[in-house]
Design a protein around this ligand. Sequence first.
Ligand SMILES: Cc1ncc(C[n+]2csc(CCOP(=O)(O)OP(=O)(O)O)c2C)c(N)n1
Length: 542
Amino acid sequence: MSEPQALNRVADIVARTLHGYHVRNAFGVPGGEVVTLIDALQAAGIAFHLARHETSAAIMAAGASTISGNPELLVTTVGPGLANAVNGIADAAQERIPLIVVSGVVDRATRGRYTHQVIDHAQLLRPLVKASFEIEPESAASTVTRALAIAMREPMGPVHLDLSPAVAAASSPTTMAPVPPTVFTTDTSIPDAGARHLSERIRAAKRPLIIAGLEAARSDAGPALQRLAETIGAPVITTYKAKGIIPEDHPLSLGGAGLSPMADRILLPLAHEADMVLMIGYDPIEMRLGWLDFVADQAKLVDISRTAPDHAMHHAGTWFSAEPRSILQALDGLLVEQRSWSGGEPAEAKAKLEGIFSSKDAWGPHAIIDHLNEAAGVDGLVTVDSGAHRILLSQKWRATKPSTLLQSAGFCTMNAALPLAIGAKVADPSRRVFAVMGDGGLEMGIGELATVRDLGLPLTIVLFQDRSLALIALKQASAGLASAGVTLGETDFAAIARGFGGYGANVETINDFRNELESARARPGFSLIACRFDASAYDNAF
Ligand SMILES: Cc1ncc(C[n+]2csc(CCOP(=O)(O)OP(=O)(O)O)c2C)c(N)n1
């Protein structure tokens, strides 16, 4: 039990402020420099979850934040602890995650002379975080609220705080722990001159096309976007992260685009034919180079986003600086049904896309994805790792709701799916969560199976075991190079899962997969289903 006065340490003020701003989960690996902070977090009602690697911990926080809608916390120790988190913090930067990183730092009294584990944290993270501050006793709460505000400001991203052990344990000179202000949003969905101008341009379009991205999905713009698409007959392409913003079985949905050259060969010509492209909350960070100047005529390109487009992947002639949902709502009353695409090109594109990503093989990645899609249902939450399996899955997957397929789509780091799944399940234990991974990705972060076990999470891990870093093997082949450094030996993942205290099965038929998926549903611990197939199944698959 903590002494009553111990609850007024600087660390307690930090923790209570974070809690007041709805932070409920901290992920990390402790070190001597953060023990007081961890104690204070627990006392304030923020659960500290032990991960096995700091980068995984950062991505767990990303998964939790995506589901909770609130900032979440990464806690690392000094030096090596923070350095180990670099990949995960970079991921938060590119995936727009409001991650608060708190690292221990050597006490000020010895900082100028002591060198053990000492590196310059702020300098290390400089290109990755939106800001970096050191927490001081007099201003601890204000520094934390400022960090939260910066992390949550669009585009959201990570903010770093250093907290030394002496400051963390010091008695706080103040008890103030601010709570967020009550926010009243003025109604920007009332049509104004901008919305009228946009509606006139839309009315004049004969072949409008919509590309929706993360900001639209996060701003809950789906229903208004679907109404716009239906009213003006515009097909909708999304980035992988915005999949499901309108149900992907809708006749106007052309699914996700991003990393598949085969999909691009159908979607890019359609974009060329469009006479107006409405890019709604779209950030091309998720797209391949094929989308560079995908439409050269600036006049056709219209950006609608709260965040100023800060890339040069293409150049829109017009930017409507607004929250996507409100401008779409404003358009509602200004547009009447119009007939577009008299040649039926969108329906033709949809049929072609369905054709190229289907496969009649009874076993292999196509069949596994189809079956998992069905089994996950409307509310299942699926995370997917980087690699060939992700590109095929993202193209084939039919999402009917936004934020039901989580992935690192801007940064595309391997070993994201398991930590994302852990964070998502911690944030919402009521959801069934599946992590889809390649064998390379799982082997990179296999230690997190221990985290899954220790947190008692009944995740289902669907492993695409092709004994290959298949995506890189495909790149070598398409460059005419010999295969090198991409072959993986055969791990017995069923045995590995059992060793980590879970259930494991190696499967090679769709029936076995179906049965394993079904029996995983009721199991209290985690299940790992290793689906074994040959990497040649990805040849010409996307
Ligand atoms: C941390 C990191 N290292 C390397 C890469 C490059 N990379 C992208 S996909 C991939 C192969 C992944 O192999 P696996 O997990 O087995 O999936 P598969 O491609 O076989 O489906 C590699 C090495 C990356 N994206 N991230």
